[in-house]
Write a protein that binds this ligand. Sequence first.
Ligand code: HEC
Ligand code: HEC
Length: 483
Amino acid sequence: MNRFPPFSESTQVRLVLAAGLLVASGCAPSGTVSGQNKVVEVEAVEIVPAQGTSSPAASATSTALDEAATATKQVDEAKAAADKAIAEAGKTIAEPVAKPAARETVMLGDPSLTSGVPGQGPITLAEIDTWLANPKNFIELDPVLPLGLSQGASQITGLDKNPLTRAKIELGRQLYFDPRLSADATVSCASCHNPTEGYSAHTKTGVGVRGQLGGRNSPVSFNRILTGAQFWDGRAESLEAQAVGPIQNPIEMGFTHEGVVKRLGEMPVYKKQFEAIFGDLTIDRVGQAIAAFERALVTAPSPYDYNEQFRSFANLDPDDIADDPELAAKYAEAKAAVEAHPMSESAKRGREIFFTEKGNCTACHVGANLADEKYHNLGVGMDKPEPDLGRFVVTKDQKDTGAFKTPTVRNVALNAPYMHDGSVATLEEVVDWYDKGGHPNPYLSDKIRPLKLTAQEKADLVAFMQACTGPTPTVEVSRLPGD
Ligand code: HEC
Ligand code: HEC
């Protein structure tokens, strides 16, 4: 895991600010200076082992601020250009299949992306015609990640093959919440990945059509924009590939791909949208639209993120801050943010355990989404007579036996129960699981060992994970196309 070195106080932190989509190599500690709606000053923290020499952090930061200022200007200019192009496009293009050349930079989590077609009740044909006639909804979006996730910008995948537009995200939203994608019109994606249940479900395993129980716990469907392979065992290579799976899974939505395409084609509001957005209606288009919606679901900054942002100023000399008005303003902003979203002393102690050898959590829960996108055996379920073999089924590699993909710790307080089989009810029990060193078995990860934590330390770890809870976007859940 040398790509994500565990944080320690002895590491020397260099601030690297850059615009938009930048390469971020660091793990969690992130100093970010954000400006209201335009987090153009997206920033990464690079952590390099201290080498005895101390670098002038202040001058690094001031260079960084210059870069940030340039970045802000660039994005402002891009926005102005986009607005102009939108206005131009509006004058000339009346047809739905309009594809304006301009791009729009947008902060993910912006509620306008997920608030649905304007109006009340079932979406009518007239409303969808108006929606599709607006060229703004077809402009390709350049997503910016909110503070915290921003350091994962280089992890963003899938946009080249499936560009984001407002129209596509909205179609995906409708499909995600629509039970008509299941055979008997009772189960939607949201049944198992429900916004009110942390985009997961508070059941041990997924509950599909006719109340059938699946074998695995429902993972969260947010922050997917930072991920490649999907499922606990990574068997779907992309979000698009994943999205069409549940529809024909007999114990989830119990339908067929042909069936769903036919049904959607018979509903004029859907048919119009597929034609305007893609030019056709196929199962792959269904997957693309849903994936676009899922990519718009991100976690906004948590107390943990504001704390990291503020910490990035700790290495600076207070006099240097005072001397530089721009830096002083950023400092004041970060201070106000951390005061408005405080992390408890217990959570701060938990953070140290999480990021150091003591807890060793960042051996796997690392990077912007606090998940390494790799597979590990913790021994969960390995005591059963026929254990779930997990990643082994995909790779047929012995060492992957009982290994599952590391889930995110972001918003984890909201999506109990835990683990691939939903066998662990609370975060306290999760910590106990790690404290005892998982469950012994021949394939246990070498990163798992007894931790010997005190009761206070265990409580601190739980408090830290709770501090990783940030708001998810406001999403319209009930406005769907009429029949
Ligand atoms: C009956 C419950 C159920 C329904 C309905 C359902 N899912 Fe899932 N979902 C699950 C379970 C359980 C898993 C994990 C399965 C596995 O790993 O083998 C999963 C996995 C996923 C993942 C992978 C997340 C990750 O961390 O790898 C995504 C994304 C997802 N579902 C989205 C959707 C979408 C989109 C729909 C609708 C088309 C949907 N789900 C319908 C239960 C459900
Ligand atoms: C060896 C890699 C590894 C280490 C180290 C590790 N985790 Fe995990 N974590 C995982 C994997 C893999 C899972 C899912 C395991 C399963 O379901 O079989 C998981 C699951 C979890 C879950 C449940 C999340 C959910 O949505 O179900 C939490 C919470 C968690 N870990 C917190 C921690 C904490 C706290 C630490 C440090 C004490 C830690 N992890 C150390 C890899 C790791």
